[in-house]
Design a binder for this molecule. Sequence first.
Ligand SMILES: Nc1ncnc2c1ncn2[C@@H]1O[C@H](COP(=O)(O)OP(=O)(O)OP(=O)(O)O)[C@@H](O)[C@H]1O
Ligand SMILES: [Mg+2]
Length: 288
Amino acid sequence: MNSYHVKRKRNIEKGIKINEGLCAEIFEWEDRHKIIKLAKNINSHHDMQLEYLNSQVAWNNGVPIPQPFELIYIDGRPGIVSERIYGTTLMQYFQRQWINNTLGKNDVMQFSHKEIAQMTARMLYKTHNVSVENMPSQRDTITNAIKHAKHLTASELESVVNMLNSIPKKQQLCHGDLNLNNIMIRNNEAILIDWMHASMGNPAADLAEFILMIKYGELPLKDPIREIIIETLIDEYTKLSNITLKMIDNWMLPVAVRRRSLGILPFVEKRKLSAEIRERLKKYTSIK
Ligand SMILES: Nc1ncnc2c1ncn2[C@@H]1O[C@H](COP(=O)(O)OP(=O)(O)OP(=O)(O)O)[C@@H](O)[C@H]1O
Ligand SMILES: [Mg+2]
């Protein structure tokens, strides 16, 4: 949900509510430079602690994220106090761009879709450039997420897991939840928030996830713009790193299966992902 959909509500203890996601509410905290991300569920201690630790790893390694300050409890609810980012999420930015384009005001936004994609690529590269240890394994997380995928037969699932296991393991910092509400633009830089699902793994998996989300997500983006964003992101990222298209392509199948297994996805996105999965499974099993 985006900030202008949320009624501004004063709450003396926690300050003004800025926004909310699926798992937490975000309130102003202490002064205008801080927020608290307060879990909705009182039993989320483990998840919030993990997110706090993950954000500390990212922050200490110079990744552009809100500075994490402390983990505290309010009425039993765990909350992370961190720097407030004065900016807009990519979702908000694209919504405004969509509205302006519809109204024929094509030149009022500060950045084009292409520039946003370039900023996102630079931010992802800074994240992925960090080598880590003692963090959750990306491979285990994805395997656990897909092993109960009801939309595949047992043998299809086996093929996906084999495919996943054939990809080289890496130990880079990965975000694991790249959606448009988790990327903010501040000045001319992309900032990555919501570190609950971060892991140690292969950066190509994050890229595959971002690409699938842009390609099939229910988003305020016309098809040609989706293509521009994906092409620009890959172009900019590959200029910075030695990752290849093949490396990203290898992750498309397992990551698509994981996305398809998420309960919250809209029906149309699920249908498109299913088609992509079928196509890739056919190709994978025919070349094996
Ligand atoms: N540090 C911050 N500064 C400013 N706004 C923030 C900050 N952190 C979060 N927000 C706002 O709150 C929204 C929800 O935050 P976040 O993604 O961390 O919550 P969540 O409940 O984990 O989300 P999800 O729905 O992805 O599970 C963001 O999209 C953003 O608009
Ligand atoms: Mg989020």
